[in-house]
Ligand binder design. Sequence first.
Ligand SMILES: [Zn+2]
Length: 677
Amino acid sequence: MVERVVDGRGRDMNYTIVDTMMRIDLPQPLSPGQRTAFSINWSFNIIEEAIISGRGGYDHFPDNDTYIYFLAQWFPRLAAYTDYVGWQHQQFLGRGEFTLEFGDYEVEITVPADHIVSAIGELQNASAVLTVEQRRRLDEARSADKPMYIVTPEEALDNEQEGTSDTKTWIFKATNVRDFAWASSRKFIWDAMIHRQDDVVQPEVLAMSFFPNEAEPMWSQYSTHAVVHTMEVYSRFSFPYPYPTAQSVNAWERGGMEYPMITFNGRRPEPFQPDEEDPDPEGKPDRTYSRSSKHGLVGVIIHEIGHIYFPMTVNSDERQWTWMDEGINSFLQYIAELEWEEDFHNHRDHYSILEHVAEYMTSENQVPIMTQSDSILQFGPNGYTKPASSLVVLRETVLGRELFDFAFREYAQRWKFKRPTPADLFRTLEDASGVDLDWFWRGWFYSTDHVDVAINSIREYKVSTANPEVEFELNHQERADEVPETLGQIRNREEGRKTRLERFPELADAYNENDPYTVTNADRNKYTQLLDDLEDWERAALLRAAEDDDFVYFVDFENIGGLVTPLPLLITGTDGSEEFMMIPAEIWRLNHLAVTKMLIRDKPIASIEVDPRRETADADFSNNHYPRRIDRSRLELYKKDDDTRDMMADMLATLREAKGGEDDSARAVPLKPAGND
Ligand SMILES: [Zn+2]
């Protein structure tokens, strides 16, 4: 609620609120390089996030009536003014996020004295708000290469027992940031470690996490490590992390949300479930969590910390183009996840982002990636998965890592603390890689086509020698191979029917003694004449081709999906040999629907497969082999369980059973159940 706007001398200023935007009328226009000052009196109601839903609010823990507060989009922020669109004042409709200016902040936050506050920037008055012990631990964490507690789980439990009517004021300073967000709670455990990087401006970054006991044991194990891991991977692809702190706060149970230096991340383990027979087991076991929860937590932290690079530093317009931050960020998140642990996945084994995107790209109701944020249909796949997948294809298959990584880093460095538009990304990736990618942007970003290439046929040829002594016999053989003997003739013979010629042998003449493939002198003379008439080089070429005796293939490809793609091929010889070959997307430049590729090999080809490593996002692999293969699968007669199984809970239950048993052998129950998960 805005109550009043005053200028630098305290005089009221005119303002008009237009839904989610506000216009303030300056007494006179502000010229480039000039400054003005004004103050806004305003108030903000904190909502219960789980009920009203939003990007901030409070999270209530009914079991012990405690709260975590996390404040975002809580003050009037300056709209962006650009040289390509003027004021960006599209309304906030909920999805197209924010278009913001960089600024410096000094914020004083007064909260109950037993709260711990996490906020954008650096704490300015540690001695006023932290205990001596906490300050000592914080100092120690500044050289720790593993997470260290500033507030331990036990201390956090003590803090949340009793309230206080005293307050403390925490002061934070942040320079050159797009926004300001913070979180506060008496429930917070706090850990930290240092991230060192090769950078003169910001050689050290303090990575921190804030979370309640309800988030344990996942959070102390993974959160701060995930923060540091993100900086290691993302900086390699862009620039050194540009701020002094990087924070992960467990503010809620669902997804995640990003701000400069601070991120709010969901995912907590299952609450402890007491056994009916043994409601209070000795040494209450840890809460358990599923595999997908663990990967979900690490994934969401990578994603939200990653946003501090895109778009908090490379300041693209989120209100207009979701994909410029979500897509690029999801692309780097995917890389960082694969570098966290092998087979990192949220769903199934080896379920790659390209398999996921192919399902989306063949679905109904799509709009191109280049659609304005609030008008996107299927928001996640369109704004996140598809642009991220396109960059995976661009990096691994179209450009290769060397060209892509150089060009992508160039984009990040050119546009950090600036406002790139899509064309700036497209141009930089082309200009810094030296490769024309217009076809790529057109197909992936401006259309709803998908990748689906079929091999429709392979035709095999041998080079004709033109020599009748060789060719007539080959033609004869070919004809015999291709066309079976007439059925009527076969059955006549089976019936023992004699032909007239058989009955009257005197009817035979030269034609019965020589078949149509017999070479005559006239044929031989014609061949000699042909060789004589050729130029010397023509004759040499013909004779060499005849000697090489190569196999010539014409492979017919059809572009069923419409999206132009390079063609990675696996060529298998009849001798079992395998050859990998990459045909660049330029093969489609004259006809984007059907092309034929000629291959010359010195041994025969048995089969060709397009995209054997599943790198192009091809949506239908049933037409990728020639000759076609039989589809093999299993019919499921029963509905399958989903993959949210909490394996850790199952294992603990097994252990508990084992401990309760009399028989010693019960302890030998394997920890890892048989079968996959
Ligand atoms: Zn995001």
